[in-house]
Design a protein. Structure first.
Ligand code: COA
Length: 403
């Protein structure tokens, strides 16, 4: 933009969260129900983790794509943002619908976000904060105006429901935020990303990838289920949550006293409380909702963010810290200056308009598939053979004309 002195003045860009949404499967599974499945008790689960219930996708039609799409639609509704203008979709997930295509691409198709790039981000439970970091960099660098970030999980399909060490801990769900470029100072202030792959074996799904491909044996021995050394992960988590939070605050030029709200990854209440103690953060500055959801991996922070907003725990100009840890091992933290007021009133017709866009997206997807099939059949061997026959006939007809 040319300034009054004829020089170009390039204003700084900031990445703000402008929309948020969550989606959950219908079925709630309580600790008491788990008592019927494995050798556990409600008392053990509550006292060791804080979890009381979790949502589980029992409907086989529900998966990381369907939940992620619903959460994304909710976030776009809050921001009142047209899907046609989306630049990028980052889908953080530990339970993708497939190894490929990416869950992000399938969500892009379901939304009809025709202009958007899309990919999956694999950093386990730290994935959502990793995605915020990438979205922030893209927006600040001027590479994107709007980025939709989704954390979506159906971890219940990767759980061994006879292993009490893991099956009581996790839940299904999805959360999403829309991030947009703005000249208003605030939004993402700092990010910290970390990884220590030497601890990769502490929390893993051993088989099903290229290192141990799925075979009858791997399936029979349950190697495609989540395996975890709970105690080692616990020790790692309590250390990195504190370190990453301090580092992110330091990078933003803030101290612990500046924090208005911390939203930690919702894995275990004891991990969160240990971090709060070390950081000297009181109860009213930390948001915990794992009681109702269990550990939903990449979805835990955005689901908690939605609830914190619904409960009026975030106000304009608040300093928000989000911090996660997970398999990899990975960790990540971000500080955000919250700049948007609560959810805006969006006229009903705009909501209906967006629903119509999603119906059109389904038609668009079918048409694209159909046109690809037609194209394939025309260029396939049969198509070639048909082409040969036609060419011979035309040649024959030309010869008879010449004679
Ligand atoms: N019900 C009853 N007993 C259980 C149980 C369950 N659901 N799960 C494990 N146990 C038993 C174990 O078999 C073990 O028994 P043993 O001592 O006879 O071998 C005992 O409880 C383990 O107890 P303890 O070691 O004191 O548990 P803990 O305090 O370490 O808690 C975890 C276990 C898993 C809850 C805890 O270590 C944890 O949360 N770790 C981090 C996991 C995590 O967050 N993972 C996701 C990261 S994103």
């Amino acid at each position: 933009m040319a300034g009054s002195n004829g020089l170009h003045s390039f204003g700084r860009r900031y990445a703000h969260i402008t929309g948020w949404g969550k989606a959950l499967p219908d079925r709630i599974v309580t600790n008491q129900e788990l008592e019927q499945i494995v050798d556990t008790t409600d008392e053990w689960i509550r006292s060791r983790t804080g979890i009381q219930q979790r949502y589980i996708a029992v409907d086989p039609r529900e998966n990381a794509v369907t939940l992620g799409t619903r959460a994304a639609m909710a976030a776009l509704d809050v921001a009142d943002f047209p899907v046609s203008k989306l630049d990028l979709i980052i889908c953080a997930t530990s339970s993708p619908a497939h190894i490929f295509p990416s869950t992000g691409s399938l969500i892009q198709d379901a939304l009809g976000a025709a202009r958007a790039g899309a990919f999956d981000l694999s950093a386990a439970c730290s994935g959502f904060v990793y995605a915020i970091s990438i979205a922030n960099s893209m927006i600040v660098a001027g590479q994107a105006e709007s980025v939709l970030i989704i954390g979506t999980e159906v971890l219940s399909r990767l759980l061994d429901w006879s292993d009490r060490n893991t099956c009581v801990l996790f839940g299904d769900g999805a959360g999403a935020v829309l991030m947009q470029a703005s000249p208003v100072p605030g939004g993402v202030l700092s990010t910290v990303l970390g990884s220590d792959g030497s601890g990769g074996d502490l929390l893993a799904v051993p088989a099903g990838g290229s290192s141990i491909p799925a075979t009858l044996e791997t399936v029979a021995s349950g190697q495609h289920f989540i395996k975890m050394d709970g105690k080692a992960v616990f020790r790692f988590a309590t250390r990195v949550m504190v370190e990453a939070t301090r580092e992110a605050l330091d990078k933003a030029g803030m101290g612990i006293g500046d924090v208005d709200l911390m939203i930690p990854h919702q894995a275990n209440e004891r991990i969160i409380r240990s971090s709060m103690k070390q950081l000297d953060l009181p109860d009213d500055k930390v948001f915990i909702n794992l009681y109702n959801y269990g550990n939903t991996s990449t979805a835990s922070i955005p689901i908690a963010l939605c609830e914190a907003i619904e409960q009026g725990r975030l106000h304009p100009n608040d300093n928000l810290v989000m911090v996660g840890f997970g398999a990899g091992l990975t960790w990540a933290a971000t500080t955000v200056k919250w700049a948007v007021p609560g959810a805006r009133e969006v006229p009903r017709w705009r909501y209906s308009q967006r629903q119509a866009t999603y119906s059109l997206a389904r038609v668009r997807s079918r048409l694209l598939r159909y046109s690809r099939q037609v194209e394939n059949s025309l260029t396939s061997e049969e198509g070639d053979a048909l082409g040969d026959v036609l060419a011979q006939r035309i040649e024959g007809w030309r010869k008879t004309r010449e004679e």
